[in-house]
Design a binder for this molecule. Structure first.
Ligand SMILES: NC(=O)c1ccc[n+]([C@@H]2O[C@H](COP(=O)([O-])OP(=O)(O)OC[C@H]3O[C@@H](n4cnc5c(N)ncnc54)[C@H](OP(=O)(O)O)[C@@H]3O)[C@@H](O)[C@H]2O)c1
Length: 371
């Protein structure tokens, strides 16, 4: 099926344009000369659009901002924004990054992934001009971390793994555990517990079926822990926020001490998406894991803190962990995106440095300097 050739094909749309990843996708497209239809939840929010307009001022591409709510996607909220577009970059999902909308319920999280994606795809079909949809999924749709899963064998996840695959017949089976003490059976693949992962798995699988049915390729990327430069203060959320807390000398980072960070640069996530839209190799159902460029991007919490201390010797980086050994680790690399799309990834130390520099310059994070 046809792929996007370039700006001459017509405008392209980006959902979640105001977000951390979406803003970098807009930046790449503008730098490549595209006319971009940037979709934001609320166009009156200058804190979410000023940085995009500033990017567009630099050109050579251009930007028009459209208001569209994901939760109204089924009612044609994206029809106007997608009209005449040659490609859609569907980046938006409700991660609860903006506290002014309140904490998302599991149902809202799921709907923002699965239900909204159905509506976004319907608007893409109605446009009649869209050649390819690039969907931002997640490694949550690939890994489905569980003791006893593939990760128990030190498994390195691959781009075509699914959260429910492996030595299990169904996704429910994979996510069902029996307590060794009480013998009680716990079902974990429920909306309450896994709304995000469920939403991403179901959205991706629906999107590929839709792609076959309508002759429009849907190609997905599955990022792991995204870090790298923020382009707006509003991007001080999710993983980058935890880096800011470390720089401020705080020790409570609200994460499992035995977590393995698997870091991909936000600029590489954005560039990969443009490469996916224009790739002759990618086709409906192609998936690209976006994770560490090499083993240097897989860091235990302690290794991450040590790296920050090396990069910022004058800062009292907060936190000290002696992580318990764990078998539950998200090992994965961006190997396929590098080999097949020609992605040239950033070095992880550079990613960490640029995250910190932008947290300081843009988000106003004040590092805890040593006396
Ligand atoms: N960050 C990561 O580590 C990571 C890892 C794997 C996958 N992902 C995926 O990457 C995508 C972007 O994530 P991000 O890190 O860039 O998060 P983000 O900064 O929170 O961006 C999310 C975007 O979605 C928009 N959005 C949320 N609810 C909306 C609604 N009801 N209607 C319209 N737009 C809405 C947000 O708009 P507002 O600006 O109005 O809030 C924002 O533009 C998501 O699909 C996420 O699942 C992220």
């Amino acid at each position: 099926m046809p792929h996007l050739q370039g700006p001459e094909d017509g405008p392209v749309a980006v959902t979640g344009a105001s977000g951390y990843i979406g803003s970098q996708v807009v930046k790449c497209l503008i730098e490549d000369g595209f006319s971009v239809h940037g979709c934001v939840r609320d166009p009156s929010r200058e804190d979410k659009t000023a940085h995009l307009l500033a990017l567009a001022d630099k050109g050579p591409g251009s930007l028009r901002i459209f208001g569209a709510d994901l939760l109204q996607a089924g009612q044609g909220a994206y029809d106007e924004a997608f009209a005449g577009c040659a490609a859609v970059f569907h980046v938006a999902a409700d991660l609860g990054s903006d506290p002014s909308y309140g904490p998302p319920t599991p149902q809202r999280t799921f709907d923002s992934c699965m239900t909204a994606t159905k509506g976004v795809l319907e608007s893409a079909r109605k446009a009649g001009t869209v050649k390819r949809v690039v969907y931002t999924s997640s490694t949550s749709a690939v890994m489905g971390l569980r003791p006893g899963g593939k990760s128990a064998e030190g498994y390195e996840y691959k781009d075509d793994d699914w959260a429910g695959e492996g030595p299990y017949e169904t996704i429910e089976e994979r996510w069902t555990v029996t307590s060794p003490r009480s013998g009680k059976v716990h079902k974990l693949w429920t909306l309450e517990r896994q709304a995000y992962a469920m939403g991403k798995v179901e959205a991706e699988q629906y999107a590929y079926r839709w792609g076959n049915e309508h002759g429009i390729d849907v190609v997905s990327c599955c990022p792991c822990h995204v870090l790298g430069p923020l382009t707006a203060k509003a991007h001080d959320a999710t993983w980058q926020r935890r880096i800011g807390l470390m720089l401020q000398g705080r020790s409570g980072h609200r994460m499992r001490p035995n977590m393995l960070w698997n870091i991909v640069d936000v600029r590489d996530v954005a560039r990969s998406q443009v490469l996916m839209a224009t790739s002759e190799v990618a086709t409906n159902g192609s998936r690209y894991m976006l994770a560490a460029p090499d083993s240097g991007g897989e860091l235990t919490v302690q290794q991450l803190l040590d790296t920050l201390r090396e990069l910022y010797p004058d800062v009292n980086v907060g936190g000290d962990y002696e992580p318990p050994p764990t078998e539950d680790q998200p090992h994965a690399k961006s190997t396929k995106a590098i080999g097949e799309l020609g992605l040239q990834p950033h070095d992880t130390r550079q990613t960490l440095r640029d995250t910190c520099e932008s947290l300081i310059a843009i988000a106003g994070v004040q590092p805890a300097l040593k006396a």
